[in-house]
Design a binder for this molecule. Structure first.
Ligand SMILES: [Zn+2]
Length: 282
């Protein structure tokens, strides 16, 4: 308890950011240090590609809700807390549920779905902060996809699966739009020309307004907003129906666990985050 207060006071002095991001960062750093969480990450879409700069990433700063944070400050903080910080390369991006797509279109090729994924989901540079052993796992993983990332971030699988299934359903709807009701799967999913047309159509239309996806999009947005109000201390969007409605859901338990820990760190931090919710880009 005493150490937590001491760490909190030191971190408050070292982190030159507004309360929202500062308190979220302190909660995460101390949660990882005290094994309440395994890791957390920070997506930095504006960060340059490795090929475009010389030297180490810690020479740069990143944008945090309007302020700038120099990465060397954060790296030194991690070292002092006995944690590792790394910029993990760009192999990692979101995947659809191939199983769900193949239930509707058994002949579609995995490589074609991967081509669509690669083009739809940009590969974001991501800073990870964790213990040394978990960092080795993160760095050595050949294909750190969303299921694996959710596990490392300790997001409940119910919410992760619901989110991926909802995104996947949007893609299925777009494929339906492209092919209409009368099609020959032998041609559509095997001919090089038809496959290339399908891939291009999906890439161009995913994320566009579409009558089939309006309801699903609205539900996702509304659930995410409700989740942030209801669960102040979790870092994922609790979008699945179970977590939205059940008083004993995985998200509810996680919210209590992180909330209890925040209270131990500092009352001002706890009350601020309880009122304003954590900043979920971390
Ligand atoms: Zn859930």
């Amino acid at each position: 308890m005493e150490n937590l207060t001491k760490d909190y006071l030191e971190l408050s002095k070292k982190i030159p950011l507004d309360d929202s991001i500062k308190f979220t960062l302190i909660l995460n750093l101390l949660a990882v240090k005290h094994s309440i969480r395994d890791a957390f990450c920070w997506i930095a879409p504006e960060f340059p590609n490795k090929a475009d700069y010389e030297g180490h990433w810690s020479k740069f700063d990143i944008e945090c809700d309007g302020s700038r944070l120099h990465l060397l400050i954060l790296q030194n903080i991690c070292t002092d807390l006995g944690l590792e910080m790394e910029l993990v390369d760009t192999r990692h991006h979101m995947h659809f549920s191939h199983i769900l797509i193949k239930k509707t279109f058994p002949k579609i090729l995995d490589s074609d779905i991967e081509e669509i994924e690669k083009n739809i989901f940009s590969e974001m540079p991501t800073f990870w902060i964790s213990s040394k052993s978990i960092m080795n796992h993160i760095k050595n993983h050949n294909d750190l996809h969303n299921y694996e990332i959710s596990k490392i971030l300790m997001y409940p699988s119910c919410c992760g699966n619901w989110f991926v299934d909802a995104k996947t359903q949007q893609l299925i709807n777009i494929i339906h739009d492209h092919i209409g009701s009368d099609y020959d799967p032998e041609i559509l999913f095997t001919s090089v020309y038809a496959r290339s047309n399908l891939i291009n159509y999906c890439i161009q239309n995913y994320g566009e307004d579409n009558p089939r996806t309006v309801k699903l999009n609205a539900e996702m947005i509304s659930n995410a907003e409700k989740s942030s109000k209801k669960f102040s201390f979790v870092f994922h969007n609790a979008v699945c129906p179970n977590c939205m409605n059940d008083l004993d859901s995985p998200t509810m338990k996680l919210d209590k666990k992180y909330g209890d820990f925040a209270k131990k760190i500092n009352l001002e931090l706890f009350e601020y985050l309880q009122k304003n919710s954590v900043n979920t880009n971390i």
